[in-house]
Write a protein that binds this ligand. Sequence first.
Ligand SMILES: Cc1cc2nc3c(=O)[nH]c(=O)nc-3n(C[C@H](O)[C@H](O)[C@H](O)COP(=O)(O)OP(=O)(O)OC[C@H]3O[C@@H](n4cnc5c(N)ncnc54)[C@H](O)[C@@H]3O)c2cc1C
Length: 390
Amino acid sequence: MTTAPKDPGAYGAMARTWLQQNLTGNLRTDRVHETPATLDELKAFEAAMHRAGLAGITWPKAYGGHGLTLREHLEANREIGLAPAPNAVNSIGKELAGPIIQAVGTEEQKLEYLPKILTMENVWCQGFSEPGAGSDLAALRTRADRTSDGWVVNGQKIWTSGASKSQRCLLLARTGVKEDRHKGLVLFAVPMDTPGIDTREIRSIEGHRHFCEVFFNDVVVDEANMLGAPDEGWSAATRVLSIERASNRMYRSWRFESELDHLITACRSDARTYAILQGYARDLAEVRIEIELLKGHVETLVEALLAGEEIGPSGSLPKLYWSEAHQKFARIAAEIVARFPTDAGQPLLDAKARMEAIYLASRAETIYAGTTEIQLDIIAKRILNLKKAA
Ligand SMILES: Cc1cc2nc3c(=O)[nH]c(=O)nc-3n(C[C@H](O)[C@H](O)[C@H](O)COP(=O)(O)OP(=O)(O)OC[C@H]3O[C@@H](n4cnc5c(N)ncnc54)[C@H](O)[C@@H]3O)c2cc1C
């Protein structure tokens, strides 16, 4: 079984060669490592990816990008997915903050923020969710009051991925009262070392301390750090969310494919595990079909975006489909590796460790970037135009 596209395109071929040469040692996610890669090593790898042309591909050259199209972005992301690369530390910077700054930021803001995202000087986090405002984001309470010193922010965010490692926060706050709902929301680029910001890590099911609660106590944010107009926050935020659902981590379907292939190859290394695998042939065939559909969906989406179409509510389709399919695969994979013999060889131990990590991480996939129920609601109301049951 082969995973790599036979013709990756010129850009994809360049990406493949670079990854083969540079994705080495403890950066690889298909092996068990005694010493996992440190944050500095991961950041250095990501900065090197940018220099090699594997990040900031579509961003204008004036802002540190490579000035190419989504076609090259897709070619590179296929290869990034197929390689056992670590998850990006700065995906919020590159895939959410970056595009929104390009859409609503001033020229000064673009020049100030964008290049530092790609060089990894500035890692970004996303301060949207709050206790009581997750699915219903318009219920958020964090306030921003305009004073003669600038904006003063008070409130609390939660589930802020990577906040304790970030230099900037893409913060959504309100200027009016909670009852204003979507009106009066404002977006900021807040430096995380501003006095009054208190970041507390939360331990996740995987044992990581990636999640955070972030408290804002009289945090003064300069007018220059406001992104867009004070009333543009909601439209900018929904744009961020549709990008998050549809086109960020474009490598996901190919990463998914590489995980399935890793499991199958490892199981084939031992007659006993090959026999276990055969018992799951039908389930894994379904997974393979789902992966092919997902890849096709991404490729169609790229063509639509290249033709100038907006993502809008259709971003909910790939989010829903990918998270449900991947969670199902992770459950099957965890079941298979749990049955590995205790004297399994190294290829099986590597696959077992990877599948277990995938299983734990997959539990959150139907929650973040909008839950499954919320995606179904958007699809029903805004794509299918269905009426609420009486
Ligand atoms: C791994 C991970 C990373 C995250 N990273 C970030 C981040 O970096 N920044 C950030 O701002 N947020 C982040 N989040 C938060 C995430 O966006 C929210 O968890 C998500 O939007 C759900 O909100 P909630 O947790 O408040 O659950 P709730 O909104 O309280 O939902 C609870 C349950 O009720 C259901 N439900 C809610 N409303 C409806 C409805 N109208 N109809 C039907 N069912 C409904 C939901 O589907 C869910 O099952 C992250 C979450 C996770 C798990």
